[in-house]
Design a protein around this ligand. Structure first.
Ligand code: ATP
Ligand code: LTN
Length: 332
């Protein structure tokens, strides 16, 4: 039998997951799960690259895992695990740090954006080398494809560069992965600033919809979403707030954005906001019921992440042993 292609991806437990994470990535993962050998990780080690309260990290890590399963990832089909449970990630990251350059890391836009938000004395080395840990995550599993949102393209490029550099310096060691960025996946924007992406670590909670938000919260957040003063519903870059609402509507209903804009001719923004809120509420209803159930059944979640780490560990160790041998470490 031909070997199935390998997929690896992850999300940070930097908060609970947003509608952006779901529509931009998670929904895609679910549709790919039966065709590939898939590893989906909760990247808690990435989440501590910026300040994080331990109790929040613990809670968010379990929530993200529950969100994965509730959105449709099937633990029988895919390997679900927590990054810090597989120490090979940290070990490979160190080795790869020694094959990554200060110059290339300095060019990462996510680093530039995130470090702007920190006090300049509080920018950690971890935030700087974040992409190297991400490269380690991916390369450990010899992943062929990495499904992510557009914002991660640059991190995938550096992962490929590091893999090729290592392969050239030694010999074929890593599969050079491809980013899998689905064309129809719109970037979901902040409801408060439609020019920046919806992010779970936004300090303004009106900026995002969480998968776990209750219906009245969802209605309120859409109602308050920032639009413009044009007053006519058009699907255009000139009206980014309206465009974002239409994108959300379109991703959920599979209707074309232009068709949706057409349906709202002669109607006000309030009506569009209310309708978008309702389709989001409907879409999230079964997911929320499952999340509630899972978070009340921590033993089940524990079983999933323990078994997941055991499976991941085997694949990861295979690569790590090879890497250690190639760089010249003596095995014990
Ligand atoms: P943070 O804002 O805390 O850095 P995040 O919300 O961007 O985090 P990540 O864990 O970094 O979430 O990303 C998980 C996945 O979700 C990535 O593949 C990313 O591209 C995708 N993603 C995140 N936000 C959006 C969004 N607003 N629209 C589409 N895809 C998104
Ligand atoms: N940086 C990623 C999260 C992440 C990731 C990965 C994604 C960490 N390691 C490995 C894909 C593969 C993000 O989405 N912000």
């Amino acid at each position: 039998m031909e070997k199935r292609k390998v997929i690896f991806s992850g999300m940070q437990p930097s908060g609970s997951l947003t509608l952006g994470n779901y529509l931009g990535a998670l929904k895609n993962w679910v549709s790919l799960q039966s065709e590939y050998d898939s590893y989906y990780c909760v990247v808690d080690m990435h989440a501590i690259t910026v300040p994080k309260e331990p109790k929040d990290l613990r809670r968010n890590t379990l929530e993200v895992l529950a969100n994965y399963i509730a959105a449709g990832l099937d633990p029988e089909q895919v390997t679900l695990f927590i990054q810090s449970h597989v120490p090979a990630h940290a070990e490979l990251a160190w080795i790869l740090n020694c094959f990554s350059y200060y110059g290339e890391l300095s060019r990462m836009t996510q680093f530039k954006d995130k470090s702007k938000k920190q006090d300049s004395n509080a920018i950690t080395a971890g935030l700087f080398t974040y992409p190297v840990l991400m490269a380690a995550d991916i390369l450990l599993y010899q992943a062929d494809l990495v499904p992510v949102g557009e914002d991660q393209r640059q991190h995938l490029e550096i992962t490929r560069d590091i893999a090729q550099r290592f392969n050239n310096r030694f010999s074929e060691t890593f599969t050079v992965p491809e980013a899998y960025i689905s064309k129809d996946v719109a970037k979901i924007m902040s409801l408060q600033d439609p020019n920046s992406k919806m992010s779970k670590s936004d300090s303004n909670e009106n900026a995002y919809i969480l998968l776990m938000d209750k219906p009245d919260v969802i209605r309120r957040k859409f109602k308050r979403s920032v639009t413009d003063s044009v007053g006519v519903v058009n699907y255009t870059d000139e009206q980014p707030g309206i465009k974002n609402l239409i994108n959300i509507y379109s991703k959920i209903t599979n209707k074309q954005p232009e068709e949706i804009a057409g349906e709202y001719q002669g109607k006000g923004y309030a009506e569009l906001k209310e309708d978008v809120a309702e389709v989001v509420i409907e879409e999230l209803k079964p997911i929320q019921e499952k999340i509630d159930y899972l978070l009340k059944n921590k033993d089940y979640l524990e079983k999933i992440y323990i078994e997941g780490a055991q499976k991941a560990e085997i694949a990861a160790q295979k690569t790590l042993r090879k890497v250690k041998r190639k760089v010249g470490f003596i095995s014990r």
